[in-house]
Design a protein around this ligand. Structure first.
Ligand SMILES: [Zn+2]
Length: 132
């Protein structure tokens, strides 16, 4: 499996980041209260594979429910391009909608039942572990 650096960021360009991911990816489309509203498509990576290039001061944080997830929004354009998910507090979830799809060789999107989060979260936990 080939891996490479991918770029992403918010709509106005204030927030920009890069992350090393597989070129052939499986994306989780979650139906929880938050993801359904913002249309987030999850590409979960270990923290070590992610680098914020700019915009740290432009991010605003929102928490709800357990408070574990840290939802980051650009203060200027309101776009949520990445955040720390409750399922993977040791990683980041990148929003595929904030990345140019041509950076990938293949993208598979699978549904994740976030409305029944407790019963399903285990299947995501490995995604933020460093695999060398
Ligand atoms: Zn922005």
């Amino acid at each position: 499996m080939t891996r490479s650096l991918k770029k992403g960021g918010c709509h106005c360009g204030a927030v920009a980041w890069e992350a090393e991911t597989d070129d052939d990816v499986v994306i989780d489309e979650c139906n929880c209260s938050m993801c359904q509203m913002v249309g987030f498509l999850h590409l979960i990576v270990p923290k070590s594979k992610f680098r914020l290039l700019k915009g740290e001061n432009q991010l605003t944080e929102y928490r709800f429910n357990t408070g574990v997830a840290k939802h980051y929004f650009c203060k200027i354009c309101g776009v949520k391009s990445f955040y720390v998910p409750r399922s993977n507090p040791d990683g980041y979830s990148l929003n595929l909608r904030c990345m140019d799809g041509s950076q990938f060789s293949n993208i598979d999107i699978r549904p994740f039942d976030g409305q029944h989060w407790e019963a399903n979260a285990d299947i995501l936990a490995h995604l933020s572990k460093d695999d060398g």
